[in-house]
Design a protein around this ligand. Structure first.
Ligand code: NAG
Ligand code: NAG
Ligand code: NAG
Ligand code: NAG
Ligand code: NAG
Ligand code: NAG
Length: 478
């Protein structure tokens, strides 16, 4: 079905004297009722639906809607065991502070709806650091809660007809650069300890920091998301699956100031103690522009382990690197069974980059004997243009990164390329059909041997997850 099927069909606009609404909101003087049908696909459809405008919400870009969102979701949470509920956000600019989601719940943004993140720091609760990080990423101690936050949930959809969530991040970036923040900056969307999550068909702009952060969660679908932030904005990572199982990220377009997708699993001794890996991750049809970072990064926080990551059809236009592994002594954990195929890359410093001495520790208590294990890293079918260096591969002295397998790669070097296209230290593996020719540590062993590095033929469970067509007849005040 084409995307045309998904468009919103506008109905008649009727003027009614009385507001009849789900939440028993008090009557307003005169309310314009709008009828509208919605049709879209989601992992679940809901039996109940209401609009934020029926909970006192005002989409004028000035009025705070924090209370309206909290009241609405609080009310709608009662339908969790009765078919679930959808909260609809109509066209308009909806200024809001953070709010928490509930289970069996859909947040749907109209294509002309913009959620504007409040710049009143008092609207951002401070919550505990993540146990697998031991502290906030920006500052020791707590962190500001994310704009859209959920924990211990099941069956949540955040979607829209490409509606917008605007983090108004400049305010936070300035404070961050000025070292004025007591706590770690908020993210746009964070979902913790949850199962069965869909985040799709949205545009996220100017996040204060990371954009989408599923953590300690499973069965996650991130689809058709556009993420835009200035390429110099600090830590505006696109999508960060963190200690998550069975995640699919597909059809996303990301322009940002940090890694487009950063796969994580906790930091040094805290991540090792928490021990929750990211595994079964598929990244497909990602387009990335991020001149100072990677299209796909693994780490640097990887202390709970990262295993079984598959990426295909990756397009990067002006990034620092294509795929980057970042780790350090003290991290512990592992990065293994990584498969990337089909990358089309234009303008970058390094197509392949591995860093064994990334540093960046939460504190001085990390264990110098906690050596990360990096093995089974497979890259194939890559075409790159205008590249400064093909690869910069730096393992850990005495603990090399092993099982590297690279094949069918053609890298066109830039006019001002480095003389030596590959530098390798403390790595081991094989290659086949790679130009320019790799370093001796990875010398060409021919196509027969490389076959054992093939991309897995099976599906991940998330790939066979059924999506339903949902349709709603809405009637709400505007
Ligand atoms: C989201 O957008 C994609 C591509 O633009 C489209 O194929 C898909 O059907 C849309 N889904 C929803 C839920 O609107
Ligand atoms: C949202 O959830 C967090 C974590 O459970 C909690 O600290 C916060 O108070 C909640 N916010 C609201 C408005 O209920
Ligand atoms: C949420 O789930 C985590 C992990 O299962 C658990 O430790 C925590 O107590 C739960 N929190 C709440 C508020 O239920
Ligand atoms: C969604 O909106 C963004 C920002 O305006 C735009 O770049 C993108 O092409 C849109 N995506 C779709 C599927 O319409
Ligand atoms: C090599 O990679 C290109 C894409 O970069 C692909 O079209 C081609 O089929 C690959 N060749 C083999 C033998 O897999
Ligand atoms: C090649 O890369 C350089 C930066 O290294 C950039 O300035 C230039 O515009 C790129 N050329 C093309 C054709 O993309």
């Amino acid at each position: 079905m084409g995307s045309k099927m998904l468009q919103i069909v506008w109905g008649v606009v009727v003027v009614l004297g009385v507001v009849s609404s789900l939440g028993g909101v008090e009557c307003r003087k005169k309310s314009t009722r709008v009828e509208e049908s919605l049709e879209y696909s989601a992992i679940s459809c809901r039996a109940h639906s209401a609009s934020i405008s029926d909970f006192g919400g005002v989409g004028d870009g000035k009025t705070s809607n924090t209370k309206a969102f909290r009241d609405a979701i609080n009310q709608l949470s009662q339908y969790g065991s009765d078919g679930g509920a959808q909260l609809f956000v109509p066209a308009g600019k909806w200024l809001t502070g953070s709010f928490n989601l509930t289970s069996h719940f859909t947040l749907y943004l109209h294509k002309d709806a913009v959620l504007l993140a409040s710049q009143d720091i008092g609207e951002w609760a401070v919550i505990n650091p993540l146990p697998s990080y031991g502290r906030g990423r920006d500052a020791n101690g707590g962190r500001y809660i994310s704009l859209i936050f959920g924990t211990n949930l099941t069956d949540v959809v955040i979607t829209g007809d490409n509606g917008t969530i605007d983090g108004q991040g400049a305010f936070w970036w300035q404070q961050f650069h000025g070292k004025k923040l007591k706590y770690t900056r908020p993210y746009l969307i964070e979902i913790m300890h949850s199962d069965t999550i869909q985040i799709s068909n949205l545009t996220l702009v100017n996040s204060p920091s990371w954009n989408v952060h599923p953590v300690y969660s499973s069965n996650i679908l991130v689809q058709s998301i556009t993420i835009l932030a200035p390429i110099t904005s600090p830590n505006t990572d696109g999508i960060n699956p963190d200690s998550c199982t069975n995640t699919k990220i597909e059809d996303c377009y990301i322009v940002s100031g940090d890694d487009c997708v950063a796969v994580k699993s906790g930091w040094d001794e805290y991540g090792i103690a928490y021990g929750m890996p990211t595994k079964q991750l598929m990244i497909r049809r990602l387009t990335c522009i991020s001149p100072y970072s990677a299209a796909i990064a693994l780490g640097s926080e990887m202390s709970g382990g990262i295993q079984d990551v598959r990426a295909e059809e990756i397009v990067a236009i002006h990034t620092e690197s294509g795929v980057r592994i970042k780790t350090a002594v003290g991290r512990g954990g592992y990065v293994k069974d990584i498969y990337v195929r089909g990358m089309s890359l234009q303008t970058m410093k390094w197509v392949f980059w591995m860093t064994g001495n990334y540093g960046s520790h939460p504190d001085t208590h990390y264990d110098p004997k906690a050596i990360p294990v990096i093995e089974g890293i497979n890259y194939r079918d890559v075409v790159a243009e205008n590249v400064t260096m093909a690869a910069r591969l730096e393992g850990i002295a005495g603990n090399p990164f092993t099982g590297i397998c690279i094949s069918n790669v053609t890298i066109g070097m830039a006019k001002k390329a480095k003389k030596v296209p590959w530098t390798c230290t403390d790595v081991a593996g094989i290659t086949s059909g790679v130009a320019p020719p790799p370093c001796d540590m990875l010398h060409d062993q021919g196509p027969e041997k490389i076959r054992m590095c093939d991309f897995p033929a099976d599906n991940l469970p998330i790939d066979t997850k059924e999506v339903k067509r949902c349709s709603y007849r809405m009637n709400y005040s505007s």
